[in-house]
Design a binder for this molecule. Structure first.
Ligand SMILES: *Cc1c(COP(=O)(O)O)cnc(C)c1O
Length: 375
């Protein structure tokens, strides 16, 4: 008789639950903030051609340094016109989640602390704890401002109080949709004297005009990291490509923890083909922003309480029982997200048809599912 597996498991992992957004086959999937638009045919053709070209070379390991991909990502960021980024400042992984894991492996670990401001991206604490790092649940919300706003003084006070080794900021924030001002990023950076400050900008491309990226702060801030992904705006969630921009010395540190050849030849080729067609892929961003704004306007009309959004989703409150509403929508084939916030649900902006299906269902549910009955 040996020990049971649960005795062998790392004590800090016992009783934990894995990440588990439902993957259900429904007509209207609006729960994981994917881009609802299929990859356009000319991009499909480019992807197929580039994979066909490399297939016979799959007997060899891929370029461990993914040089072409780093050049293309740097060029994409530079072309946004906000800031010049060089390939030596770029790192990539199989989704930005892997890039975050590399950061935790290199800069976290036992006896180290990471701080985030909840509610934010649920994977930040999960990846933090996976690496044996202690997670500290900071808070958002101040009197007189929006319930989910993160205010500069509060963020700075929390950083001073916890002295973290890593601070997570998320802008635009998932699940609230709100972007952070650069003054907050700067203040947190200055307050966390020994902290790596990670700004997760997975939804940057959806931000409303006049929302600058933390990329513009990188110069002269060696402890600042900005993470991005091709999973959302680029409609490439299945391609698994996330990346970050930071000081070249920080990139060097990530080479210590990544597995050799972590980006497959086909991943690199697919991402490069997609970046070559960035214009075509990103054309859906404006359409999705329009649907997002439509959701906000319509939910207000229904007497619900949507949070203004800079992302491709909307968090809304005002529900009597969010779990009941979630199930009622699912019964109609509409899958949205219960993010564990009382009276709130999160919905992704989809195609006009998907968005319309959600809004129509919500309009019929609202009178009985609302917290406060309209007069
Ligand atoms: C969706 C999302 C990501 C993306 O993760 P990938 O691994 O790149 O697919 C990262 N951060 C946030 C806040 C997200 O919502």
């Amino acid at each position: 008789m040996g020990s049971s597996l649960s005795d062998l498991l790392r004590p800090d992992l016992r009783g934990r639950t894995p990440y588990g957004a439902p993957q259900l086959d429904v007509p209207v999937p609006l729960n994981t903030n994917e881009n609802s638009y299929a990859v356009p045919q000319d991009v499909v053709d480019a992807i197929v051609a580039s994979v066909a070209e490399l297939a016979s070379g799959l007997n060899r390991y891929p370029d461990r340094e993914f040089v072409r991909l780093r050049e293309d990502l740097a060029a994409y960021l530079t072309n946004t016109g906000e800031v010049a980024v060089g390939p030596e400042q770029v790192w990539a992984g199989n989704g930005s989640n892997e890039v975050l894991l590399h950061l935790l492996q290199a800069f976290g670990g036992p006896d180290r602390v990471a701080l985030g401001f909840t509610p934010a991206y649920s994977m930040h604490p999960i990846i933090t704890r996976t690496s044996g790092t202690t997670w500290v649940d900071g808070f958002r919300g101040v009197e007189g401002a929006g319930a989910f706003d993160l205010d500069v003084a509060s963020a700075v006070a929390q950083v001073r109080a916890h002295q973290p080794n890593i601070v997570f900021l998320c802008s635009p924030n998932n699940p609230t949709g709100t972007a952070l001002g650069l003054d907050l990023v700067e203040a947190v950076y200055d307050a966390g004297q020994r902290a790596l400050v990670v700004v997760d900008e997975a939804y940057a491309e959806f931000a409303r005009p006049g929302t600058p990226s933390a990329l513009t702060l990188l110069n002269g801030r060696p402890r600042l990291v900005v993470t991005r992904t091709m999973s959302k705006a680029f409609a490439l969630a299945g391609g698994r490509l996330g990346y970050l921009a930071a000081d070249p010395e920080l990139i060097e540190a990530l080479r210590l923890v990544r597995l050799p050849y972590h980006l497959s030849a086909q991943t690199q080729a697919v991402a490069c083909a997609a970046l070559e067609h960035a214009g075509g892929l990103l054309a859906t961003v404006e359409l999705l922003k329009g649907q997002r704004d439509r959701i906000v306007a319509d939910l207000i009309e229904m007497g619900l309480d949507p949070v203004p959004s800079d992302a491709n989703f909307v968090l809304f409150g005002g529900l009597l029982d969010e779990q009941v509403t979630w199930r009622a929508l699912l019964e109609q084939g509409i899958l949205i997200r219960d993010v564990g916030l009382a009276h709130h649900l999160r919905v992704t902006a989809g195609t006009p048809w998907e968005t319309g299906a959600f809004l129509e269902a919500m309009r019929s549910l609202a009178p009985t599912h609302r917290q406060e009955q309209l007069q």
